[in-house]
Write a new protein. Structure first.
Length: 146
């Protein structure tokens, strides 16, 4: 059982890491500000503006990571109930519930992983506008997102 919990934790970490890498970022034009401070400072400004936008966008609701965890928890409960019912038929309700819970959680996390790998959705327009405005206020010129 400890190995299963460890495996679920590792899968969760992988999902969150991949989803963080899969997000789009603004590309900066070579304007006077970027030429003056250099590309590393420009990337730092992008990171800061993204952090501000994420903080503003998560104030009113759940983040995608919270949705993944909630989905895994729900799938785990449903799996436990189904596994317990199936296990009761053959006389091992406890073992069936445990297997169902693990199966439900793993299936939910696998689904989230595949979604993160293969769906590159552009950022929400209001999020993108927030980041672009933040960068313009700092003197940078966003040239698009990739």
């Amino acid at each position: 059982m400890k190995n299963t919990i460890l495996q679920i934790a590792m899968i969760s970490s992988l999902i969150f890491g991949i989803s963080a890498c899969a997000t789009q970022r603004p590309v900066l034009s070579s304007n006077a500000q970027l030429m003056r401070v250099g590309p590393s400072e420009g990337e730092r400004a992008v990171d800061e503006c993204i952090a501000r936008a994420e903080a503003a966008s998560t104030e009113g609701g759940e983040t995608p990571k919270e949705n993944v965890v909630a989905g895994a928890a729900t799938s785990s409960v449903v799996g436990a109930a189904a596994g317990g019912a199936g296990g009761a038929v053959v006389g091992e309700a406890g073992r069936g519930a445990a297997a169902g819970a693990v199966g439900g959680a793993v299936a939910s996390l696998t689904h989230a992983l595949l979604q993160a790998l293969f769906s590159s959705k552009p950022p929400d327009p209001s999020y993108r506008q927030f980041v672009d405005r933040c960068l313009r206020e700092k003197g940078y010129e966003p040239a698009g997102w990739k």
